[in-house]
Write a protein that binds this ligand. Structure first.
Ligand SMILES: NC(=O)c1ccc[n+]([C@@H]2O[C@H](COP(=O)([O-])OP(=O)(O)OC[C@H]3O[C@@H](n4cnc5c(N)ncnc54)[C@H](OP(=O)(O)O)[C@@H]3O)[C@@H](O)[C@H]2O)c1
Length: 310
């Protein structure tokens, strides 16, 4: 049998140096990764849609702090100017562009304006979006189209308008803020989940097609975030939902998610799921046992309908 002294000797001469070496190598790797990320984001031209509120606003703060040159997009000029003031030109003063994503003509001319004024785009963050609450039976096609225009057609039109200039430079990074609902559909969110599924599909194709031009694509799929998304959601008749959902209040802060977005972009990750255990399990369950997943969703629909009727 090995004596305790020999064991201690082995621990100090082999295992401890091995452990310390591994920790050192890991720290060095992290340091190099951070340095590479800083160099990538510093002075990069970053375009962010939906910068007037929630996650977009926090992304603006995070990328500004990382030294990026910002182009902030939104529909509300006053709120964009407030953000420009808040960022107070610590490094570069942000440039602002006003347009509505549901108007393809405006989207294309906004992209042209950006290229004319700032020359090129290094990173495009397609963040703007609206949510929806309602039953499929009660919802008019105009509402389905509105959600699709804002969450899907707008971002893809903007991306297509900026891509040729990225391809010319053989450099660029397209980011899209999708959702856990781009991977699983939950009842009474049909238009939103459909728009995010379409988003996931489009940007997965784009990633494959852009590899030859060295253009990166990152799809970010968060769970609930503490923003005004549910308040601004449209309902079956097109009117605003106007309610801050419990799930939203209990979600991650927008600043926390913006930091994950920044790191994912800096590390050129292909996709990120930012969700707790239950939504993450649901995503796997949808693939591994769809029948069980559908049973859970049907039960959720029954419960929600009962709660609404009572
Ligand atoms: N909050 C969540 O729980 C959650 C979860 C997963 C994914 N997401 C995604 O995160 C992204 C950001 O949403 P948020 O949570 O930060 O919500 P938010 O606070 O409501 O912000 C949405 C942003 O999108 C802009 N927007 C909406 N419709 C637009 C249009 N037609 N044209 C141009 N801009 C438009 C809004 O601009 P205005 O100020 O002009 O309205 C606002 O800046 C969305 O894509 C959303 O789907 C959110």
């Amino acid at each position: 049998p090995v004596s305790p002294w020999k064991l201690m000797d082995l621990t100090f001469t082999a295992i401890v140096p091995l452990l310390l070496g591994s920790v050192g190598l890991f720290a060095l790797f992290r340091l190099l990764q951070r340095m590479r990320m800083r160099a990538y984001l510093q002075d990069a031209v970053v375009v962010i849609t939906g910068a007037t509120s929630g996650l977009g606003k926090e992304c603006a703060k995070a990328f500004h702090a990382a030294g990026s040159r910002l182009v902030l997009c939104g529909r509300n000029s006053e709120r964009l100017q407030d953000l420009v003031q808040e960022l107070s030109a610590k490094t570069h003063k942000p440039f602002t562009v006003i347009f509505d994503l549901s108007d393809t003509k405006m989207v294309v001319s906004a992209a042209e304006e950006i290229l004319k004024c700032v020359g090129h785009v290094d990173i495009l963050i397609n963040n703007a979006g609206i949510s929806y609450r309602g039953s499929i039976l009660d919802t008019g096609m105009d509402v389905d189209k509105k959600v699709m225009e804002t969450n899907y057609f707008g971002p893809i039109a903007f991306t297509k308008a900026l891509l040729p200039s990225m391809i010319k430079r053989q450099q660029g990074h397209i980011v899209v803020i999708s959702s856990v609902q781009g991977k699983i559909s939950i009842p009474f969110r049909s238009a939103y989940a459909a728009s995010k599924h379409a988003t996931q599909a489009f940007f997965d194709c784009l990633r494959a097609e852009m590899e030859q031009y060295e253009i990166d694509v990152t799809v970010v799929s968060p769970g609930y975030i503490q923003t005004n998304l549910s308040v601004n959601a449209v309902t079956a008749d097109g009117s605003p939902y106007g309610v801050m959902d419990k799930n939203t209040i209990e979600g991650r802060t927008a600043a926390e998610v913006a930091q994950v977005v920044l790191n994912a972009v800096g590390q050129k990750k292909k996709e990120v799921l930012i969700a707790g255990l239950l939504p993450s399990l649901a995503v796997y369950l949808r693939t591994l046992s769809p029948r069980l997943f559908f049973t859970f969703m049907a039960s959720r629909a029954r419960k929600e309908r009962k709660a609404k009727d009572s």
